[in-house]
Design a protein around this ligand. Structure first.
Ligand code: FES
Ligand code: FES
Length: 181
């Protein structure tokens, strides 16, 4: 192997689901590959590896991102949450519970990405971030079905479980609204 093709490694630290990891990573490695192959966190899935399906969605610093498009070396010190970190103290998150109640999956391959994306999406809407279909930019977006579909459009489901996914997120949004009223 000549020097041009010799892998270059870098030392980084990642905080994943509240636990700190010191790692030596190939500078070409994606966060998705590091999570799955170095840390054994295989909940995040590789669907396309090209930023097109959302199966790899994780939360980086609280914001959703495609793990397959994120270079691990560029996220030294990042605080990351994967699907394995959504449940707290043995209790499923509200989004996870709603997915079960509404039968929002079939094979489950897209589900970890859907769950992480939905968790980030609810936070974004709660902070007043508009989407492409938000008509009134002056007030907090209301998560109706159109808003949910638009905001979750980066997460594909080859089983077509979209009806259940939208129903689950509608339920979570309504419960959140009721709790804040
Ligand atoms: S595997 Fe990352 S978007 Fe498809
Ligand atoms: S549940 Fe099978 S891909 Fe979404």
């Amino acid at each position: 192997m000549d020097s041009e093709s010799t892998p270059v490694h870098a030392d980084i630290t990642l905080v994943v689901n509240g636990r700190e990891h010191r790692l030596s990573v190939d500078t070409r490695a994606s966060l998705l590959d590091v999570l799955r192959e170095n840390l054994g966190l295989t909940g995040s899935k590789k669907g396309c590896d090209h930023g097109q399906c959302g199966a790899c969605t994780i939360l980086i610093g609280g914001r959703r991102a495609n793990g397959c498009l994120a270079l691990a070396v560029a996220h030294d010190g990042a605080d990351i949450v994967t699907v394995e970190g959504l449940a707290q103290d043995g209790r499923l998150s509200p989004v996870q519970e709603a997915f079960i109640e509404q039968d929002a999956f079939q094979c489950g391959y897209c589900t970890p990405g859907q769950l992480c994306s939905a968790t980030g999406m609810l936070d974004e809407a709660g902070q007043g971030w508009p989407s492409a279909v938000t008509s009134d930019l002056g007030s907090e977006p209301v998560l109706d079905d159109d808003e949910i579909r638009e905001r979750m459009s980066g997460n594909l489901c080859r089983c077509g479980a979209y009806v259940g996914i939208v129903a689950a997120l509608r339920d979570v949004a309504r419960r959140k609204e009721a709790a804040e009223a």
